[in-house]
Design a binder for this molecule. Structure first.
Ligand code: RIB
Length: 308
C-alpha cells in the first residue's frame, strides 16, 4: 500500500438509503422495512474505493459541524484517508442524499443536498494546492461547484498530475474545461446530457466519446452498468465487459467504485486499457454488496477477480 498517491476533490454526504417496490407518487406515502444510514457522496466514495485498493488518498471537501460531519471524520480515520483539507462550515450543514433502491431491479435514484460543500471556492482549492501537486492523479466530479472542479483540474494540469473528471451529475460545462481533462468518465445518462445525443448502445457511446475527444479530452470511458465500459482514445475503441462477481444487490456507487479503481490503476502506472478493466472489477464487486462506501472491495478481492 501507499505507492499510488491520489487526491479526490468532491463531496461527502450522508446516504439515507431506502429500498422498496416503488417510489410513491406525489402526495402518497409508502412503507418499507429497509433503511440504512452510511457514508456517501461521490467524491468520498471514490476516495474510499481508491484507498481500499491500495492508494494513499487525500480528500478535499467541506463539512458542517454536526453528526453527519462526525460520521465523515470517523470514516476517514478508520479508512486511513487524509482529511487535512476537509474544512468545516459551522453555519451550514453536512450534506445528505435520499437514495431509493428499487427492490426488483436493484437500480437506484438519488437526490443530493450538498450542504456546506456547496460553499467551497476555487480559493479553497488553491489552499490545498500542495496536496494536488504531490499526487499522481486528481479525481473530481460535479457534485462540487463547476468553478471548484475546474480549479482542481487546472492546478493538477499545471503540475503534470493526471486528471479525471467524472461528470456526475451532468451539468452544463464551459467548453474549455474539457481541455483540462485527461480522462472523462460519464455514465450513459451523463454522456447523453453532455454530448446532446442519446446513449443507449455501444455505437452511441462511441459517438458520444468522439464528441468529447473532439473537445480536447485525452480519453473517454463511458460506464455502461451491466454492459461494462466503453473506452475511446487516440489508439482506438475498446469495449470492456462487466465483471460478474456475484448476485447484484445494489448498484448505488458502482460508478464511484469504477472511478476510484480507475484512478489507482493509472497512478500505479497502468495504461488506460488496463485501468479501465481494473475499474470495472472494483465496480463489479461493489454491486454485490449493499450501500455505497461500505460496498467498496479490498485489493485482494480485486486481484482475485482479475486473475480468476
Ligand atoms: O454515486 C453514488 C452517490 O451519489 C451516493 O453515495 C450519493 O451520496 C450521491 O452522492
Amino acid at each position: 500500500m501507499g505507492s499510488a498517491r491520489i487526491v479526490v476533490l468532491g463531496t461527502f454526504v450522508a446516504d439515507l438509503s431506502f429500498r422498496g417496490d416503488r417510489l410513491p407518487v406525489m402526495g402518497e406515502t409508502v412503507m418499507t422495512d429497509y433503511f440504512r444510514l452510511g457514508p456517501g457522496g461521490k467524491g468520498s466514495n471514490q476516495a474510499i474505493a481508491a484507498r481500499r485498493v491500495g492508494a494513499e488518498v487525500t480528500f478535499i471537501s467541506r463539512l458542517g459541524r454536526d453528526a453527519f460531519g462526525a460520521l465523515a471524520r470517523e470514516t476517514y480515520r478508520r479508512e486511513g484517508i487524509s482529511d487535512a483539507w476537509v474544512s468545516e462550515d459551522a453555519d451550514s450543514y453536512t450534506g445528505a442524499a435520499f437514495i431509493f433502491v428499487e427492490a426488483a431491479s436493484r437500480q437506484n435514484t438519488i437526490v443530493v443536498a450538498p450542504g456546506a460543500v456547496a460553499g467551497l471556492s476555487p480559493a479553497d482549492v488553491d489552499r490545498a494546492g500542495e496536496a494536488i501537486r504531490a499526487a499522481r492523479v486528481l479525481a473530481t466530479n460535479l457534485e462540487v461547484p463547476v468553478p471548484v472542479a475546474r480549479r482542481g483540474l487546472e492546478l493538477a494540469r499545471q503540475a503534470g498530475v493526471a486528471t479525471i473528471l467524472n461528470p456526475a451529475p451532468a451539468v452544463p460545462l464551459p467548453e474549455d474545461i474539457y481541455l483540462l481533462v485527461d480522462f472523462l468518465t460519464p455514465n450513459e445518462i451523463e454522456a447523453s446530457a453532455l454530448s446532446g445525443r442519446e446513449v443507449c448502445t455501444l455505437d452511441d457511446a462511441e459517438a458520444a466519446a468522439d464528441s468529447f475527444l473532439a473537445r480536447g479530452v485525452r480519453a473517454v470511458v463511458v460506464t455502461l452498468g451491466e454492459k461494462g465500459a466503453l473506452l475511446k482514445d487516440a489508439a482506438g475503441v475498446q469495449h470492456v465487459p462487466a465483471f460478474r462477481a456475484g448476485t447484484v444487490v445494489d448498484t448505488t456507487g458502482a460508478g464511484d467504485a469504477f472511478n476510484g479503481g480507475f484512478a489507482v490503476a493509472l497512478a500505479e502506472g497502468r495504461d488506460v486499457r488496463a485501468a479501465t478493466r481494473f475499474g470495472c472489477a472494483v465496480a463489479g464487486l461493489s454491486v454485490t454488496r449493499e450501500g455505497t462506501a461500505p460496498s467498496m472491495p479490498s485489493r485482494d478481492e480485486v486481484d482475485r477477480l482479475l486473475s480468476g
